[in-house]
Ligand binder design. Structure first.
Ligand SMILES: NC(=O)c1ccc[n+]([C@@H]2O[C@H](COP(=O)([O-])OP(=O)(O)OC[C@H]3O[C@@H](n4cnc5c(N)ncnc54)[C@H](O)[C@@H]3O)[C@@H](O)[C@H]2O)c1
Length: 314
């Protein structure tokens, strides 16, 4: 059978470097376009593989994108400015990369080409107190990041061969490491400071390991016709936890860590929701890495390496 050709934009990033590695080893023909804004060597281990091609390029380069889009069967657009603080700092660039580039990609796609898009479940904004958000819950993004992702999701779904994921907050080690994501951030803080400081401890979130995010993409590739035209939440169903519950899980796994609650500090990120992941689970997808295993992985990682404080900044 002919190998499928996949174009991944932003493939050198936190999610992308894990996903690209898995897809290359599964035998797909993978092309990555990335400007290498962060880690410059996150895909260097793949240069030995002849089914991998790296292009150091910008998704805003329409000529490059038109040429590469034509050559591929499947598009996974990951390139974005990611997270509310970064997007608030660079609003024009955010709109260009997170929304306009996705719109351009769709304008060039043939109906037969497939696209799998990662939205954030932060679009759920502030969920009802006693209800889990599912894929039918209204989207009320509260940041520019969330808004551009939700608008991009809408246009993605107009393409017949599309699948949208709404991802929980991702954790775990990646070749391009991010220490700004909540679980990674708090475990790093626990190791560095021997205490975890949190505010607005009641805010609820859902979590998923980065390897399971890559596995969800692979599941979508393998079950495309069954899944297309749909949105799926992707998270650990047994990890719908408040920030305080998360801090307690970390102290359960790392001894001697105190939790320090700041009463008066407000979180600029007002996200507060629990999420149901039943829709993708009903199709047979099961995450493989628990929150506890992820915390232990991160404990070992941060005990061994001192990652520069990485606020996802330019
Ligand atoms: N990490 C999460 O928790 C999470 C959750 C939900 C959705 N997502 C989505 O997944 C995608 C990847 O997120 P991530 O956590 O890997 O972020 P990341 O910042 O690690 O990766 C983004 C990548 O895009 C590249 N990039 C940025 N601008 C570019 C441009 N103009 N041209 C080419 N490349 C460019 C960067 O160099 C980087 O390698 C994003 O679309 C994000 O919205 C992430």
């Amino acid at each position: 059978m002919k190998k499928q050709k996949i174009l991944i934009t932003g493939g050198a990033g936190y999610l992308g470097s894990i996903l690209t590695t898995k897809l290359v080893y599964l035998g797909y023909d993978v092309t990555v376009i990335d400007i290498l804004e962060f880690n410059k060597i996150s895909l260097s281990h793949l240069f030995v593989k002849n089914n991998f091609k790296f292009i150091n390029g910008d998704v805003r380069d329409k000529k490059l994108m038109t040429k590469e889009l034509r050559k591929n069967d499947i598009i996974i657009p990951l390139a974005a400015l990611v997270g509310a603080p970064l997007c608030a700092k660079y609003p024009k660039k955010t709109l260009e990369i997170n929304y306009k580039c996705v719109k351009f990609i769709l304008s060039k796609l043939k109906t037969s080409q497939k696209i799998i898009y990662p939205n954030t479940n932060s679009g759920y904004g502030i969920g009802d107190k006693n209800k889990f958000c599912d894929e039918k819950s209204p989207l009320k993004p509260i940041s520019l990041y969330g808004r551009t992702k939700v608008e991009a999701e809408k246009i993605i779904l107009r393409h017949r061969n599309s699948i949208v994921f709404r991802l929980a907050t991702v954790f775990g080690y990646s070749y391009r490491m991010r220490t700004d994501l909540l679980v990674n951030f708090l475990v790093n803080m626990a190791i560095r400071n021997k205490k975890i400081t949190i505010f607005e401890p009641h805010f609820r979130r859902n979590y998923i390991h980065v390897i399971d995010v890559a596995n969800a993409f692979i599941f979508a590739l393998e079950n495309f016709s069954k899944m297309k035209g749909n949105i799926y939440n992707v998270g650990l169903s047994n990890a719908n936890l408040t920030k305080l519950q998360l801090a307690k899980r970390i102290t359960k796994n790392i001894k001697g860590i105190k939790i320090n609650l700041l009463k008066n500090k407000k979180d600029p990120d007002k996200r507060d929701y629990f999420v149901s992941n039943k829709k993708i689970e009903k199709l047979g997808f099961r995450p493989s890495i628990s929150l506890d295993d992820g915390i232990i992985e991160l404990k070992n990682l941060f005990n061994t390496f001192n990652f520069r404080d990485n606020k996802n900044n330019y």
